[in-house]
Design a protein around this ligand. Structure first.
Ligand code: IMP
Ligand code: MG
Length: 186
């Protein structure tokens, strides 16, 4: 039974002020890069990307649409990743001809995003770029270019700010490192 987040938290990795300052910077860059674009679509990968999408969107001063897609890895435990990814919920919009910016919480092995990218490319967007709040480069198994990265982090399991620890604590305003004993406590 999960009572409070404190018992699972080893340390706060990125505090709220640092997160928000970086998201504001990313929004400024994206605003500049997409200036004059009138068919920008922010595509949030559920569920982890939702907090990031909401805050980032408010710092993007170019008219834009938002939509959502859910993808997951399967065939392994919750914290393992495999090369098998499926789309649990597809987006509603037609991406053809739109400038799509994928908004993701974290890139670990890269399998999820690689699959999402391939799925979207087949639908002929005008352009396709990637924005991830967190990146664990040392864990990468499939390589692709990420256009906007909030923070490079070490190979530790993190939660908060959209990321879950067994589906809890996505609402925390900071990113924290989970205690290793918490990861074995089911
Ligand atoms: P990938 O396919 O290995 O890149 O996995 C990416 C997905 O795994 C992310 O979208 C998250 O949902 C999840 N994930 C990877 N690392 C973490 C973590 O440290 N905390 C919470 N979720 C994670
Ligand atoms: Mg995710």
């Amino acid at each position: 039974m999960k009572h409070s987040y404190e018992q699972y938290l080893a340390e706060v990795l990125i505090d709220e002020a640092t997160l928000q300052a970086r998201i504001s910077e990313l929004g400024t860059r994206i605003t500049r890069d997409y200036a004059g674009c009138d068919d920008l679509l922010l595509l949030c990968i559920l569920k982890g990307g939702v907090m990031f999408l909401c805050d980032l969107s408010r710092h993007i001063h170019v008219p834009h649409m938002i939509d959502f897609m859910a993808a997951s890895s399967y065939g392994t435990g919750a914290r393992q990743t495999s090369g098998s990814v499926r789309i649990d919920m597809d987006l509603r919009m037609d991406v053809k001809g739109k400038h799509v910016l994928v908004v993701e919480d974290i890139i670990d092995s890269g399998f999820t995003l690689a699959f999402v990218i391939q799925t979207l490319r087949n639908r002929e967007p005008a352009s396709l770029k990637l924005c991830a709040l967190l990146n664990k480069q040392s864990r990468r198994e499939v390589d692709f270019e990420v256009d906007y990265i909030g923070f490079e982090i070490e190979n530790k399991f993190v939660f908060g700010y959209g990321l879950d620890l067994d589906e809890r604590f996505r609402n925390l305003p900071f990113v924290g490192v989970a205690r290793t004993d918490a990861l074995n406590d089911e």
